[in-house]
Ligand binder design. Sequence first.
Ligand SMILES: [Ca+2]
Ligand SMILES: [Ca+2]
Length: 183
Amino acid sequence: MSGWRTRKSSPRIIAGGASMRAAGRRSGFTLVEVMVATVVVGIGVSAALYGMTASVSVSNTGYEVLESQKLAGYIYDYCQILDFVDPDGEPVFGPEDGELGIEDYDDIDDLHDLTLSPPIDSNGRVLTLMPQWSQKIQVMCLDPATLQVLQNPSGIYFLKIEVIICNGTRTVKKFETILTDWI
Ligand SMILES: [Ca+2]
Ligand SMILES: [Ca+2]
């Protein structure tokens, strides 16, 4: 009897062991399944990182445009406190004799071909916290009738002020405006 029990019990153990191994195969993962899952997760992480990078880039671009508008606005405001034509002596296009820097400039065309880095605010104060930014200024005289650039202006003319805002070596935005002393 005991031999019978032994023989009879043995298949149950074997069957049980086979059942456990089968269950182990069902609940585990094959190498291929693990590799596929790794690839899928990798693609998902890459997509998420790309989305974050694109978002940061757009955010930085928006910030730079706003900063450039502000810095260009400072130059146009600063022009409002300068004279249209030099008030002293014989006016020339560009700085007159003895005007060595922005602190000496008193008419708008003195700013021609000037690069300010760090930039200035609308009162001429240097923005020391923005050392990587710059304001590049070009001033042109325009014929009021044709708006063409005058090489040798005389009489009444408009002034076109071009301001290019750079962040480091990169140009962020270019601005233009036309000023007149008619009004
Ligand atoms: Ca001048
Ligand atoms: Ca001047």
